[in-house]
Design a binder for this molecule. Structure first.
Ligand SMILES: *[C@@H]1O[C@H](CO)[C@@H](O)[C@H](O)[C@H]1NC(C)=O
Ligand SMILES: *[C@@H]1O[C@H](CO)[C@@H](O)[C@H](O)[C@H]1NC(C)=O
Ligand SMILES: *[C@@H]1O[C@H](CO)[C@@H](O)[C@H](O)[C@H]1NC(C)=O
Length: 321
């Protein structure tokens, strides 16, 4: 009994080592399975570690491989791009691995998993595109062209947070990463979650693609306000809209992720370019991953054109004012 358990562990360890060394093909990883109080939990080694129900499903590298990443971001290493050589598949998968046991890309069946990866990367692509359109490949082929804001007009230090997230002398908190983060308080919160001192070293994000993706997946997985869902929860349907949400036309789906991440700047204004650009990246990535666009749902689920913002900048004007 003891011998066979040890042998099993050795096989698992060996498969992890083989998986990690075989350059992009991790699908051979063996799952360890146990049942706790009638619930099946799994551990798949480095990509989905730590006894989670989510780890019993496919992992991201099982359905999203190097060549697909290369297809989605085909122009990122052309000489005119601004982050040549920075972004790669390995960094994305390594970053995703931190959140796969929590459900990132591992929730629901394969279709939902693929849709979530396309949705997350759709946000990433639209935020990091340099949109060199017409000439080559079309405007949607230029995701991951940037890894930082090029000409920041300020250092994004908000003194309101000087006790919780004090700005480090000389540090600049301009936009960096795969879903660019701005401001000392966002660097501070991301750094706490990822256990990296981003408040004193915001530049780490533009020096390390794994960290740049980790901060992005963290943003996707973490509610911005405690009372609200994360983009992940809103996308996969782990969020149940309240009556107010329904009245505000907020439904689970891609539209709600734009609402949570960007609010009024893209939502509730009809079919504006700022919103359509994000939607188009998502649809383009669905195409390239072989998922039908119809799987993204009807207009009111796919977009936030008619949604009231979760967090309006100005409070709604009341009838009596
Ligand atoms: C795992 O995948 C199955 C379908 O293959 C799905 O029904 C189930 O909800 C998934 N598990 C989790 C925890 O999302
Ligand atoms: C990049 O960031 C990851 C995640 O924090 C870390 O594990 C890795 O060591 C970093 N790489 C370098 C070269 O600093
Ligand atoms: C629903 O909206 C009304 C009017 O804006 C507000 O007073 C109420 O607090 C909201 N309820 C919840 C649960 O958010």
């Amino acid at each position: 009994m003891q011998i066979s358990a040890a042998a099993l562990l050795a096989v698992v360890a060996l498969s992890v080592i083989l998986g990690a060394s075989s350059d992009g093909d991790y699908s051979s990883t063996v799952a360890k399975v146990k049942t706790v109080k009638g619930k099946k939990l799994c551990d798949k080694g480095w990509e989905c570690k730590g006894w989670s129900k989510y780890c019993c499903n496919l992992t991201i590298s099982d359905f999203f491989q190097t060549y697909q990443f290369e297809n989605l971001f085909s122009k990122r290493n052309t000489p005119v791009a601004h982050a040549v050589g920075f972004w790669d598949y390995q960094a994305f998968i390594t970053a995703a691995a931190l959140f796969e046991p929590l459900g990132f890309g591992t929730t629901g069946g394969k279709l939902m998993q693929m849709k979530e990866v396309a949705a997350f990367l759709g946000h990433v692509g639209s935020k990091t595109s340099c949109g060199y359109g017409v000439a080559t490949g079309g405007p949607l082929a230029w995701g991951l062209c940037y890894n930082r804001e090029m000409s920041p007009m300020q250092s994004y230090c908000d003194d309101y947070y000087k006790y919780t997230y004090p700005c480090s002398p000389g540090a600049e908190y301009y936009g960096r990463g795969a879903l660019p983060i701005y401001w000392n308080y966002n660097y501070g919160a991301a750094g706490e979650a990822l256990k990296v001192d981003l408040l004193n070293h915001p530049e780490f994000i533009e020096q390390n693609a794994t960290l740049a993706f980790q901060a992005a997946v963290w943003r996707w997985m973490t509610p911005i306000k405690k009372s609200q869902p994360s983009a992940h929860e809103a996308f996969v349907g782990d969020w149940k809209p309240t009556k107010n949400d329904t009245l505000a036309k907020r439904f689970p789906g891609f539209g709600a992720t734009m609402n949570l991440l960007y609010g009024e700047s893209v939502c509730g204004q009809g079919d504006i370019d700022a919103m359509n650009n994000i939607v188009s990246h998502y649809q383009y990535y669905l195409d390239l991953m072989g998922v039908s666009r119809e799987e993204a749902g009807p207009h009111e689920v796919l977009t936030c054109a008619e949604q009231v913002a979760f967090n309006p900048i100005k409070p709604a004007v009341t009838a009596s004012s």
